[in-house]
Write a protein that binds this ligand. Structure first.
Ligand SMILES: Nc1nc2c(c(=O)[nH]1)N[C@H]1C(S)=C(S)[C@@H](COP(=O)(O)OP(=O)(O)OC[C@H]3O[C@@H](n4cnc5c(=O)[nH]c(N)nc54)[C@H](O)[C@@H]3O)O[C@H]1N2
Ligand SMILES: Nc1nc2c(c(=O)[nH]1)N[C@H]1C(S)=C(S)[C@@H](COP(=O)(O)OP(=O)(O)OC[C@H]3O[C@@H](n4cnc5c(=O)[nH]c(N)nc54)[C@H](O)[C@@H]3O)O[C@H]1N2
Ligand SMILES: [Mo]
Length: 775
């Protein structure tokens, strides 16, 4: 049965008045402390909540924050926490439980009417459950029977490629490794992951430019840099611990340039989140020196303009370019120079949405700086030409040798806490041959060599009926993926869907003919196996790996760890397998011993993790070793991508982003503090002139119709239009509600990433009002 997920209204139901006014306080600070208090209260964790945060991000004894991937501050206070990390942990530690009694009381059709807030807020899943179509309910199943069902379904498939295995980026390194090992022994590379919607473009661009798909900077580099371009990230909400680094940089005299169509709070000032004295004294620090309000997708033109300024200066100043670096370490420089010189200033102005004066000043800042970091997140990575854009960032860095030396380099801001580690450990639908060769040699298997399906292609394959089993290690696929209705229909066509989860979410309600919910331990919970308590590792956005031990009593005795669930799925599917699945479960050191042999940079893994601050995975580009085909860093020569203009004059370019009170598809409350929003998520921020042209009053209800690349249309009705400082022609609203507007054809040809930052929409006054909430 295909259930249509609710339209809009994914946050808590509220009758309270909505409002929006400009926010005038520094980021973090007391508003953050208050908001944390509220989440701790609603989750009924008044004492354990605050105590457990004291163990978060503690070297060796503590657990890694399951929130974002920003590195821990290794200096000063050995406690690096933030408001959103605390909320995240408290949400996992709730005392509320979703056990068999809960499912006995609610049919799946009934639960499908709940908001996403209500689903997750029901509490932690406690027991394995199976869908019973006659009752339209989930009913208990034993772990053995659940694994047997998975094994039977997978073995009955006509080909291993008729199954697809999703990963959300919080899965540990050890779990990721055995998960991909299982898939490869089974015989498929179908590994969609959240990276396919997140930083796929960054990985591809960096791989092509410098040989490895990761950033090269460390926290020390951030402290030493004298210029930072920070593009397309809402740091105060999504990487709040970065505020500390930004404040330090500005204080030390560095230039911090925020590039964003919106002026986000992180570009102004903060009260350093973990500095108790600053909190008490209301002492705030500046976190930005300049805002550049680019047009959506205008970032590439900004970078090309900076390069143009560098080339103009190089005519008279030999020091403008790092000629030694260029000669020794790069290829493609002359063509790039010709390309940039042939680009006219007025093209750059139109393509960036910035004035020539602003573009020139950005170039002058770059010339004046000795050490530059370019950092970016989804505002860049989710565009059609993201790979070209990010390669252009690399071109600019290469011109002045800003890589492989202190204080300089590229720094993608990763999302989920271990999304980078997932890839390092082999979760990749298109893994390099070297990794597959090493896997085969060590484990005696034959990994398939044909690339597998990523997220958008898995959805298409389920739709066609080519893929019939969908297994998800975490995440909330149906809401995170584009084109919610289409994705829901795709999942409903499967013969089996399996969700390994901590909390109830929409993806449990949109399921295949057979469906399993397998509840797992969270990162905060103690994991006891035969050989004693087990820890697992994660890799942060700066390639640091450290071990994490849960502390808390598990939410239920029936919970199993992710490594155990994966290993038992593998054994049930591959009874003859020679891989020691059972022994992996007893002691995760054995998984790490195998990883130490197979994965580059992991030799001595079990010893390395005894270091309190963990260890850094070697990143060759950081040492100026470029593992590209040419052995050098490669300039790209892509045509200039212009700002993401809508195809028709009456259309707007809509970006979908996170509010302050959410973690991807998990909504904590209907507020977005730094954008001044209270009690509403069904909104669209618009430029006041665009509203006036359409006869839309501030705060009134509108209908939003999107037009996909394939010409099909989708709509959201009765959203509130709010006048906001966003460039004319652009608009903004929240994911995941707005995913219904992204057509399944709307993904980047360069990266396969859904175009979540450039949806083409028409906005008109609402046809009929029902108070803004539709089902
Ligand atoms: N609290 C919290 N933390 C999180 C998450 C969460 O949901 N909640 N999610 C995690 C995940 S998985 C990820 S990937 C990251 C996401 O972190 P972000 O990238 O900050 O996520 P978004 O909310 O999508 O914000 C996108 C930003 O890019 C800007 N932008 C949009 N279009 C453009 C453009 O064309 N150019 C430029 N320069 N900027 C643009 C938007 O205005 C916005 O500031 O955060 C991680 N951290
Ligand atoms: N329109 C639009 N869509 C987007 C984006 C956007 O900017 N705009 N961003 C995209 C991005 S960057 C990402 S990363 C994806 C996010 O996509 P996902 O990673 O799929 O989604 P999350 O909302 O992070 O997943 C939340 C669920 O994870 C489960 N969970 C939590 N902790 C654990 C755990 O420890 N173990 C297990 N097994 N499960 C756990 C819980 O059941 C919870 O309901 O969304 C993408 N979708
Ligand atoms: Mo992400």
């Amino acid at each position: 049965m295909s259930r249509r997920p609710r339209q809009g209204g994914y946050g808590p139901n509220t009758d309270r008045e909505w409002s929006q006014k400009t926010y005038h306080h520094p980021a973090a600070a007391w508003g953050a402390a208050l908001s944390v208090g509220k989440v701790i209260l609603t989750q009924r964790e008044p004492i354990a909540g605050p105590l457990s945060t004291l163990q978060m991000n503690h070297p060796i004894t503590g657990y890694d924050c399951p929130g974002c991937a920003w590195p821990d501050d290794q200096h000063g206070l050995r406690l690096d926490i933030c408001e959103n990390g605390v909320k995240h942990v408290t949400w996992e530690m709730t005392r509320k439980r979703v056990g068999p009694w809960f499912f006995a009381a609610h049919t799946v059709s009934e639960l499908a009417e709940w908001t996403d807030f209500e689903l997750e807020n029901a509490g932690r899943l406690t027991d394995p459950m199976v869908y019973d179509a006659d009752l339209d309910r989930y009913v208990p199943i034993s772990w053995d029977a659940a694994f047997a069902m998975i094994g039977e379904e997978l073995r009955a498939l006509p080909t291993p490629d008729a199954a697809t295995f999703y990963t959300s980026g919080r899965l540990s390194n050890e779990s990721s490794y055995i998960y991909q090992l299982f898939m490869r022994e089974f015989g498929t590379n179908n590994m969609p992951d959240c990276s396919n919607m997140c930083h796929e473009a960054s990985g591809r661009a960096l791989g092509a430019s410098i040989g490895t798909g990761k950033g090269t900077t460390s926290m020390q580099d951030w402290a030493e840099a004298d210029l930072l371009f920070l593009l397309g990230v809402n740091a105060a909400s999504n990487a709040p611990r970065m505020l500390t680094a930004l404040a330090k940089m500005v204080r030390s005299g560095a230039q911090v340039v925020h590039v964003n169509p919106l002026v986000e709070i992180a570009s102004t000032k903060t009260i350093v989140p973990h500095d108790i004295v600053d909190m008490a004294l209301f002492k705030s620090h500046r976190t930005g020196s300049w805002d550049l309000q680019v047009a959506p997708g205008g970032d590439m033109a900004l970078m090309r303009a900076i390069a143009k300024v560098v080339f103009e200066a190089a005519a008279t100043d030999p020091a403008a370019l790092d000629r030694d670096f260029l000669a020794e370490h790069t290829v493609g420089f002359d063509e790039y120079r010709a390309l940039v010189e042939a680009t006219e200033w007025d093209e750059l102005v139109t393509a960036s949405g910035l004035s020539e004066a602003q573009l020139r000043r950005a170039g002058q800042l770059y010339l004046a700086a000795d050490k530059t970091i370019i950092s970016w997140c989804l505002g860049v990575a989710q565009h059609e030409h993201a790979v070209d854009m990010i390669r252009e960032f690399m071109n600019v860095l290469l011109l002045r040798g800003n890589i492989g030396r202190p204080g300089a380099g590229p720094a993608p801001v990763r999302g989920h806490s271990n999304v980078q580690g997932n890839r390092t450990c082999g979760i990749n639908h298109h893994s390099p041959a070297a990794l597959l060769d090493a896997l085969d040699a060590h484990h005696g298997i034959t990994s398939p060599r044909t690339p597998g399906l990523d997220t958008v292609n898995s959805i298409e394959a389920m739709h066609r009926g080519d893929v019939r089993v969908f297994i998800a290690l975490g995440g909330n696929f149906v809401l995170a993926a584009p084109d919610t209705d289409y994705t829901a229909a795709a999942l409903s066509r499967c013969s089996l869907t399996v969700q390994v989860s901590t909390k109830l979410n929409r993806s449990h309600l949109v399921h295949g003919r057979k469906a399993l919910i397998l509840p797992c331990l969270g990162r905060t919970e103690v994991d006891i196996q035969r050989d004693g308590p087990q820890g697992q590792t994660v890799e942060d956005a700066m390639s640091m790996v450290h071990v994490s031990y849960g502390k808390k009593q598990p939410a239920s005795e029936a919970l199993r760890s992710e490594p155990e669930i994966i290993a038992r799925m593998a054994r049930a599917t591959l009874p003859q397998s020679k891989i020691p699945w059972e022994s992996y479960i007893d002691n995760y050191d054995r998984i790490r011993d195998d990883m130490a042999v197979v994965l580059p940079g992991f030799a001595g893994f079990n010893e390395l993790i005894k270091n309190p601050t963990g260890f850094r995975i070697p990143q060759p580009a950081r040492e100026r070793v470029f593992t590209t085909a040419s052995g050098k860093a490669q300039f790209s020569h892509a045509p200039l991508a212009t700002a993401a203009h809508a195809p028709e004059p009456d259309m707007l370019v809509l970006q979908t982003m996170r509010s302050h009170d959410q973690w991807n598809t998990t909504i904590y409350a209907n507020n977005d503090r730094y954008r001044g929003v209270k009690n509403i998520r069904e909104l669209i921020f618009m430029n006041a002139a665009d509203m006036a042209e359409r006869g839309i009053a501030d705060g009134s209800l509108v209908d939003i119709v999107s037009t996909s690349k394939d010409g099909s249309q989708r709509e959201l009705r009765s959203y509130r239009a709010i006048a906001y400082n966003t460039p004319k022609g652009s608009a903004a609203g929240y994911m995941p509600e707005m995913n219904v507007l992204i057509g399944h054809a709307d993904y980047s040809a360069q990266s396969d990433q859904p175009l979540a930052k450039s949806i083409h929409v028409r906005v008109t006054p609402a046809r009929a009002s029902n108070g803004g909430r539709l089902k």
